[in-house]
Design a protein around this ligand. Sequence first.
Ligand code: 5RP
Length: 221
Amino acid sequence: MTQDELKALVGRAALEHVVPGTVVGVGTGSTVNHFIDMLAAIKDRILGAVSSSVRSTERLQAHGIAVLDAAAVERIPVYIDGADEIDGRGCMIKGGGAALTREKIVADLAERFVCIADESKLVDVLGTYPLPVEVIPMAAAQVARRFAATYGGRAAVRAGVVTDNGNHVLDVQGLRIGDPLAMETEVNQWPGVVTVGIFARHRARVCLLGTAQGVRTMRFD
Ligand code: 5RP
């Protein structure tokens, strides 16, 4: 199976985690795009979706799925999203699609994060994938220097990318994230950082992993 076929497989499997009669949280990316396309088939069974990006909102609406403002929703049972890396405890690197801040906001509304990913995303230790960090533009160089001094990472501004929130994204290479929660907590306090793409506080509770043998369900409770 190709990587895209594995993504489609888990996009379909995620339908079983949608709770009928509720609002579902929807992430961003090529794996989630498959999920959105499958969700269209059961759109009459949900109240709507809260979306984590302009791209996902447009795709949902093109399918006739109601998109609710996150500000109007207090709690949702499930948030479904992809990942750039996921470890054996459900901690993730996210933000390859530059939607990390809104993804974390919607994940925070949810009782359960269900990650959908092909098997290439499963790692022992996070950090091979360059860590995305959304920053206020004037702080980009300062945050990059602080990464080098604190963790030895090499940060570069992602060329040509402006987030849905009008900010820049740094991609930080050369990290080995042995304690994701500690690094998430620390970096989130640096002035100018909007969101670091470590999802440890909002880690996945379930991962549907697309493998050549089918969907492998990992639970992290
Ligand atoms: C977007 C993300 C995506 O979930 C992540 O990049 C995975 O994307 P894909 O499903 O295309 O592999 O965090 O900001």
